[in-house]
Write a protein that binds this ligand. Structure first.
Ligand code: GDP
Ligand code: MG
Length: 394
């Protein structure tokens, strides 16, 4: 019954990832060219894509081309970045939240270091669906293509993707761009698009997970108690469910006494709904913006997280000097901020502005942060780093 309310997303965000020179931009251009024949896209040439203007996301400079096209079923917004560093910044800052990624791998090279780094990042930022386009099959023997396919399946599995079942398409983006009608040309692009339509599911709101409500606001209703306001991030909240209010070191048990949508009481509310929730026995002074209300026993507070951070270069408005372990500044995420210490991995002596790394984050007080949650680090109200949570430590 609940499921029927799920909304289909007619729009899908995708992007090409993979090692430099493996054909990401050629493939992007080829997709628009093939689809332009039937009026499903405006042809965007290779040069137009590669000359994408700089964009600024949170002060970070990212070169990215956003190309739009449609199939019969969907509209796609497709991101292609010119350089490896642009992909890193794009994914860590969440500038374009991809629902799925197309990994382009050249058949003559096989998977290379940037192929791995992009796959790792894709996993860390929570991209669930990955398709593979083995490119440049025009210049190698079939046996080599088969080997690359085996390698890619193993690598996908290693990084936590569905290596055995992920779709892998063989083709030549360059041939397709030149209107080659043999199997490796235009038909390989049609096959890729068909596979995207079928393999990437319509995005459904997460109604299966225990509920999670980040609190944007709270107020007192005289005679009734404390109401918290926010948009349900996941799950279903039902009247009289047991819950916990958590954040800033506190974990307070409570019950959902009443749930309102547009000031009308409802028996339940779903992920995506903006709600006001009356918490039984709660004092307003216990509630702070940035806390969360979650299903009882589903989440826990922690002061320790793993994350990936990118420090803005000096020209992006970032720091002049490198960062060393025990670097302590204010972390901002959603509606809250808290003092946070950043420690580098033991093998890393320092981190230069303009660079990224896996780090350990220690928060002054216990918070609930979920994998894929984005944050920034600011010094004197200036953003110096952007990051993403990759794991919770206890
Ligand atoms: P990117 O760095 O991943 O975006 O790669 P590009 O799209 O810029 O392609 C790099 C080079 O590979 C260019 O010279 C392309 O013309 C060439 N290339 C791309 N696709 C193919 C292909 O299918 N076959 C061959 N032989 N060359 C290709
Ligand atoms: Mg390119």
């Amino acid at each position: 019954k609940v499921k029927s309310k799920a909304v289909e997303k007619k729009h899908c965000n995708v992007g090409t990832i993979g090692h430099v020179d493996h054909g990401k931009t050629t493939l992007t251009a080829a997709i628009t060219k093939v689809l332009s024949k039937d009026g499903f896209a405006k042809y965007v040439s290779y040069d137009e894509i590669d000359r994408a203007p700089e964009e600024k996301a949170r002060g970070i400079t990212i070169n990215a081309a956003h190309v739009g096209y449609s199939t019969k079923n969907r509209h796609y917004a497709h991101t292609d970045c010119p350089g490896h560093a642009d992909y890193i910044r794009n994914m860590i800052s969440g500038a374009s939240q991809m629902d799925a990624a197309i990994v382009v791998v050249a058949a003559n090279d096989g998977p290379m270091p940037q192929t791995k780094e992009h796959l790792l990042l894709a996993k860390q930022v929570g991209i669930k669906y990955v398709l593979v386009y083995i490119n440049k099959v025009d210049i190698v023997d079939n046996e080599l293509v088969e080997l690359v396919e085996i390698e890619m399946r193993e690598m996908l599995t290693d990084y936590g993707f569905e290596g055995l079942t992920a779709p892998i398409i063989h083709g030549s983006a360059l041939a397709a761009l030149k209107d080659d009608q043999t199997e490796i040309g235009v038909p390989s692009i049609m096959k890729l698009l068909d596979t995207m339509d079928n393999y990437i599911p319509p995005i459904i709101r997460d109604l299966e997970s225990p509920f999670l409500l980040p609190i944007d606001n709270a107020f007192t209703v005289p005679g009734r108690g404390t109401v918290v306001v926010g948009t349900i991030k996941r799950g279903v909240m039902k009247k009289n469910d047991e819950a916990e209010l958590m954040g800033f070191g506190y974990n307070i048990k409570t019950t959902l006494s009443d749930i309102q949508i547009f000031r009308k009481s409802v028996p339940e509310a779903l992920a995506g709904d903006n709600v006001g929730v009356l918490l039984r026995g709660m004092k307003l002074r216990n509630v702070e913006t940035g806390m969360i209300v979650s299903a009882a026993k589903s989440l826990s507070l922690s002061n320790h997280y793993k994350g990936k951070v990118y420090f803005l270069s000096h020209s992006e408005g970032g720091r002049k000097k490198p960062v060393f372990s025990k670097y302590t500044q204010q972390m901002f995420s959603g509606t809250w901020n808290i003092a946070c210490r950043i420690d580098l991995e033991p093998s890393m002596e320092m981190l230069m502005p303009g660079d990224h790394a896996d780090v350990l984050l220690t928060l002054l007080e216990g918070m609930v942060m979920v994998k894929g949650q984005q944050f920034t680090i600011r010094e004197n109200n200036v953003t110096v780093a952007t990051g993403i949570i990759t794991d919770t430590m206890q």
